[in-house]
Design a protein around this ligand. Structure first.
Ligand code: MN
Length: 289
């Protein structure tokens, strides 16, 4: 049975995150649907824009996170990251940075120096992936995953390629280690591509069209729109006339209470208060601005 589309969401009005990311927040969105895409709590989408050359590296200064993972997927431009657990990295086109904040880190996210200097096209997605209560206070970690390290699935007729970021696509394994069952794929489809695959019925599933347009289970979805699927059926059929680039997200819901406040994502209000106390007491470590 086909997994039918519940709704296609147009990009909400953008806002700036720091001075480096101009994002459309697709979820949780203004209606407080905190768990509709669980374990994915948030998706900020920086649709493709041009940044002029700058000696200043635009971005977001030092800030904390606790209780979840920030996952940044780069499509155009380059992003640099530093955190108080001592991890840093630069990602470019097709790469992914998977940072597990868990018990708490300070980090900063900004345009990579050379990219900032030259300017150019910039397109990114940032996801906040929730952690189950048992893992919220685990050790922070960092996975820099280049496109080359991802599992690859080539369409049999040469009409495209799939980068398996996390989980599995058919029998191809993804690169990221995750705390709960999650599938994340980048689909690079050429004109005339056709593709069939299955995702579990109960997994919350959505597809973001990054470039071009595609027919997803009989519904045409255009660039910068997000198709949210119902939790029924398993089959997804994709066709594209002129080619498309798509991000597929699918994950087993975490059925626990969610209390979100600022940069923290916990199960109870008390844990949020504790997070601020720990932050004020220096338990998130040190990081220079
Ligand atoms: Mn952050």
């Amino acid at each position: 049975m086909k997994k039918s589309i519940e709704k296609v969401i147009a990009p909400p009005a953008p806002h700036m995150v720091g001075d480096g990311f101009r994002v459309h927040n697709f979820f949780p969105g203004p209606y407080g649907e905190l768990k509709r895409m669980s374990p994915f709590f948030m998706m900020d989408y920086n649709a493709k824009i041009e940044f002029p050359p700058s000696e200043h590296q635009r971005g977001v200064g030092v800030h904390p996170h606790r209780g979840f993972e920030t996952v940044t997927l780069a499509y155009h431009g380059k992003v640099a990251h530093h955190d108080s657990a001592g991890n840093s990295g630069i990602i470019g086109e097709g790469d992914v940075q998977w940072m597990t904040a868990a018990s708490g880190v300070l980090h900063k996210e900004y345009h990579e120096k050379e990219f900032a200097r030259k300017g150019g096209s910039f397109q990114m997605v940032q996801l906040w992936v929730n952690l189950p209560a048992k893992d919220k206070m685990s050790q922070p970690k960092y996975q820099a995953i280049t496109s080359a390290q991802m599992g690859k699935y080539a369409l049999p007729d040469g009409k495209g390629q799939i980068d398996v970021v996390a989980g599995t696509f058919k029998d191809v394994k993804g690169a990221a280690s995750t705390f709960t069952p999650i599938h994340v794929y980048n689909l690079y489809l050429k004109g005339g591509a056709k593709l069939d695959f299955e995702l579990p019925e109960n997994f919350n599933t959505g597809i973001l069209v990054l470039e071009g347009e595609a027919v997803l289970n009989d519904k045409t979805v255009t660039q910068d729109h997000f198709a949210l699927f119902k939790n029924s059926g398993t089959e997804i059929h994709i066709e594209t006339g002129d080619g498309a680039k798509l991000l597929v997200l699918s994950g087993e819901p975490i059925n626990e209470p969610v209390v979100a406040y600022g940069p923290f994502l916990m199960n109870t209000k008390q844990e949020i208060i504790q997070a601020y106390e720990d932050l004020n007491n220096g338990k998130f470590g040190q990081l220079e601005d």
